[in-house]
Design a protein around this ligand. Structure first.
Ligand code: PMP
Length: 365
């Protein structure tokens, strides 16, 4: 008996490693992850049971909070560092400098520790203090600067670039316009979704910050099957909905409480992305679904995940039952505890009313 069991187990192992050797990025199987770098990608694809049952579609989410640094941005962070190593710009012991609203910096800081680099992060001072404190804990030199537009030379990205240029053996990873970011999703997230769904994916939808996730996944999946619908989910107050629908870089109404998504321009990572449709998702929907995910599905995630799922539900409803829609749970709610889970914060922003009464038990004052 023990002999037969062993044979079956070996056979399964062989099937597994053949499957994953076929990918360009992965070199080992699922069982042993090689250090923190090995914990970038290969995230579970989770069926969101409640919203799937309600819509008659399979609504699936990549559990991106399961990456080693805790968010979808670990993928981009790794590819940005890898490219700087390959080009020779970053040598052992060098410094990685980035302008980031948080998650890319957290991913970079984790990876810098694992890979032996120093890390300097410029960020707008409007970001949640949990993210700043986490970055400091991760040994990064964090420099909060006033939140000014891209057109202002003191924008956090321009400051990051200038600082990197002033150092020897340093790189400004430039997540917005360095297409190594998009490549991360062409080489990892896209193939994972294709494999995990056995190619049975009808549509994908993602909110965009740099655009890397949407453009990379979209590019890979369209190559596999051009009928897969790629839908951009834009928070209120961002320009990308109007850019796609009307060709104008005009902000939609309102300001969003979501963090890490929304844009004022078309980044190089988003440029040329194969997008079929765009939708503007209000904070009402993003907040409602963030709390539904928590109380109905058990996932404690940030508001960009709520926005993604709200968009996936809209896509499911417009496509009709029987379709498979894939999106992402981008990071954990712990990163936003002081804001998104504060009754006062939500009340001040006028969105408290959108959280179903029984779910307000999660809020603190
Ligand atoms: N969700 C969160 C929480 C993020 O931090 C980001 C990136 N800033 C995104 C979604 C969007 O990812 P991308 O940059 O690939 O568009």
């Amino acid at each position: 008996m023990a002999g037969a069991g062993w044979k079956v187990w070996r056979k399964l192992r062989i099937i597994k490693s053949v499957t994953f050797q076929s990918s360009r990025f992965y070199s080992s199987d699922w069982n042993i992850r090689h250090g923190l770098v090995g914990m970038v990608g290969r995230t579970p694809l989770v069926r969101l049971n409640k919203v799937s049952d309600e819509t008659g579609c399979e609504i699936l989410a990549k559990a991106e909070f399961a990456n080693g640094g805790g968010s979808v941005k670990d993928r981009a962070a790794y590819f940005l560092i890898r490219e700087a190593q390959k080009s020779g710009e970053l040598k052992p012991g060098g410094t990685v400098v980035e302008g980031t609203a948080g998650n890319t910096g957290i991913g970079l800081a984790h990876l810098c520790l694992a890979m032996g680099y120093k890390c300097v992060i410029y960020m707008p001072n409007t970001q949640s203090h949990e993210k700043i404190e986490l970055l400091q804990t991760l040994g990064a030199d964090v420099r909060p600067v006033p939140a000014v537009a891209w057109s202002d030379p003191n924008n956090y990205n321009h400051q990051a670039k200038r600082f990197a240029e002033s150092l020897d053996n340093a790189v400004w990873t430039n997540q917005f316009d360095n297409t190594a970011n998009r490549l991360a999703h062409i080489e990892t997230t896209g193939p994972e979704i294709w494999q995990q769904t056995d190619g049975k994916v009808s549509a994908v939808t993602f909110g965009t910050g740099t655009g890397g996730t949407l453009a990379g996944v979209g590019t890979y999946l369209k190559e596999k099957n051009k009928d897969i619908q790629v839908v951009l989910a834009d928070p209120q107050g961002s320009v990308l909905y109007n850019w796609f629908k009307h060709g104008k870089l005009e902000r939609s109404e309102g300001n969003s409480i979501t963090e890490g998504i929304g844009q004022g321009r078309v980044t190089s990572n988003l440029e040329g992305a194969p997008i079929d449709d765009a939708m503007c998702i209000t904070d009402k929907e993003a907040v409602e679904y963030t709390f539904r995910l928590l109380h109905e599905e058990g996932f404690f995630v940030g508001a960009s995940s709520g926005l993604n799922v709200a968009a996936a539900v809209r896509v499911a409803k417009s496509m009709g039952p029987g379709h498979t829609i894939v999106t992402a749970l981008c990071d954990t709610g712990q990163r936003y505890y002081a804001k998104l889970f504060s009754r006062k914060f939500l009340d001040d922003k006028g969105v408290l009313q959108y959280i179903p009464e029984p779910y307000r038990i999660s809020l603190h004052d």
